[in-house]
Design a protein around this ligand. Structure first.
Ligand code: XIL
Length: 318
């Protein structure tokens, strides 16, 4: 039968996975699954500020280049993740005693350098990630602290100065219609009213324990599209609470992947990216913020990169 990638290509749909450079280099079955089954990729960590900035004045693009070049070599759509975020800042950042103005200059240079380097290679950027707190207010971050809410306007404008890539706002917990997605909807329509160059919204879709209702996800996609924005699912994975894994976990997971794929097709979201290729490399395995909280098998391929029921469900839905 045809691969997931071929099926998606025929449908005009982008099916993607987050990639890490170490697995690409060291695991041939990971490389093969990434190459054959996906037509879109996102570097999982390599383009974040921490990994990119070993010191204030230097950059290390080794892993980012490896992943982006892999994507281009195999004719894939490449998502850049992410230019401005409160997490995964460099270690040296803590000890840096900056003024507000220095921080703004630093961020502008970062956006210009990174987005500019990949100008012809990255198709879409998550310019700002997770700027809204769970209660819908602007999250308190070093960026908001130094620059106010306007840091979003500035980040998008700086990115537009150096790249024609589509520019995205990306967040979690805002997949369905809820208080947080209401707040993001307001925020993005304000940005658009102010003429800020924003092209789309990324819904992460980490279904961890609580799985967003697919009908509500479709409705949410539609209302963002009505603002004139493109919508992509950017970081999907599907897990159970660790102590409540049902016997038919893989079947339930497959049905949920199917339902979200159908919601995308129905509501006009043309890109669905999983947060990893195979379960063995999922961030839910041993991630320190989620000690033992969720089952560690949230993706389309099992530890050995064999397709799971979820893989077949997504393929059938396309
Ligand atoms: C995660 C990575 O998967 C982990 O490897 C890393 O240790 C922490 O970050 N939302 C995001 C992603 O936007 O960047 C996060 O990725 C997962 C949650």
């Amino acid at each position: 039968h045809s691969s997931l990638r071929e099926t998606a290509d025929d449908r005009g749909f982008r099916i993607g996975a987050a990639l890490n450079a170490r697995s690409l280099r060291s695991d041939p079955s990971y490389w093969k699954a990434a190459r054959n089954e996906f037509n879109a990729i996102t570097p999982e960590n390599a383009l974040k500020m921490g990994p990119l900035r070993p010191s204030r004045k230097t950059y290390d693009f080794t892993d980012a280049d490896a992943i982006v070049d892999f994507g281009r070599a195999h004719d894939m759509y490449v998502r850049g993740h992410t230019l401005v975020w409160h997490n995964q800042k460099p270690d040296w950042f803590q000890a840096w005693d900056y003024t507000d103005e220095q921080l703004e200059t630093f961020l502008r240079d970062h956006v210009h350098t990174v987005a500019g380097r990949y100008r012809a290679k990255i198709d879409a950027w998550d310019v700002v990630n997770e700027a809204v707190a769970d209660d819908g207010t602007l999250r308190e971050t070093v960026w908001a602290d130094a620059m106010g809410e306007e840091y979003l306007d500035k980040a998008f404008r700086w990115a537009r100065e150096v790249t024609d890539a589509d520019l995205y706002y990306n967040d979690y917990g805002a997949d369905a219609v809820n208080g947080k997605s209401d707040a993001i909807h307001d925020l993005l329509s304000d940005l658009l009213d102010r003429g800020v160059p924003i092209d789309g919204v990324g819904l992460q879709c980490h279904a961890l324990g609580e799985w967003p209702d697919p009908d509500s996800v479709a409705e949410n996609v539609r209302r963002f599209r009505e603002l004139g924005l493109d919508v992509q699912i950017t970081e999907m994975d599907v897990a159970f609470p660790a102590d409540e894994r049902p016997e038919d976990a893989l079947e339930q997971q497959a049905e949920y992947y199917r339902a979200i794929t159908e919601a995308c097709l129905e509501a006009g979201c043309d890109t669905l990216v999983q947060w990893g290729v195979n379960d063995a490399t999922s961030w839910l395995r041993g991630f320190k913020d989620f000690p033992e909280r969720f089952t560690g098998d949230p993706l389309l391929f099992d530890d050995g990169c064999d397709p799971k029921p979820a893989y077949h469900a997504v393929r059938e839905a396309l």
